[in-house]
Design a protein around this ligand. Sequence first.
Ligand SMILES: C[S@@+](CC[C@H](N)C(=O)[O-])C[C@H]1O[C@@H](n2cnc3c(N)ncnc32)[C@H](O)[C@@H]1O
Length: 222
Amino acid sequence: MRSFLITITYSPPQLTSPTERIPRLRDLGLFLRCALTSPGRTGAVLPSSRALARSMTSVLSEFSDPNVLELGPGTGPMTHYIQRRLAGAGRHVAVELNPAFAQRLAERYPRVDVVCDTAAALPRILEARGMYHVDAVITSLPFSLIPDDVQTDIMDGITSLINPECGVFTTINYVGAFSTPRARRFRALLRERFDQLVVSRPVLGNMPPAYILTARRAHLAR
Ligand SMILES: C[S@@+](CC[C@H](N)C(=O)[O-])C[C@H]1O[C@@H](n2cnc3c(N)ncnc32)[C@H](O)[C@@H]1O
């Protein structure tokens, strides 16, 4: 009988500051537990890879002092690179539904305003913080699993808050879920609300491989 050995390698973000050098295996354990107990909400089996987080957050190089909104930070691979790119500038609000993820992030990143709530309540969340516009929205929310009405609520909030002059929205779509009806509906929603939608090549250094979707208004199209 033939046997197959499948090896999955996971490379967590590299951490620089001693206070951030935490046991990453704990994150992986927490993420896997949440993926098993609440797969639809967690939306992935593993946290995003360094390669994906680095590419997603590269849009921040366009700004000097931005308001950044992160949706669904999970155990924080994107959070880490957002903080690194901000290097003390701007504001960073991260909205996470899962209290276990939110608590861990809040402890680890004191400069990030971590909110444990649903991304469907953005106007209320940001109004409470006196933040009336956002320059960059960085999210890996599982849009291809999120029900249509919640997708619409989240996008209504984002469109009402994103800076009309320079705002940029970026998210991921796993390659295997690209053609599902919900993923198609979500991209249609993005095309309705933005003038340009760019889909990257698949980021193969992520498990599973993912496309990065970047949406902008027309006069900002690059
Ligand atoms: C696919 S995981 C991505 C986690 C992390 N950003 C990463 O890249 O590894 C999606 C995250 O979105 C969170 N989430 C799901 N629905 C949400 C909602 N309605 N509002 C806020 N966060 C949500 C999940 O708890 C999970 O942490």
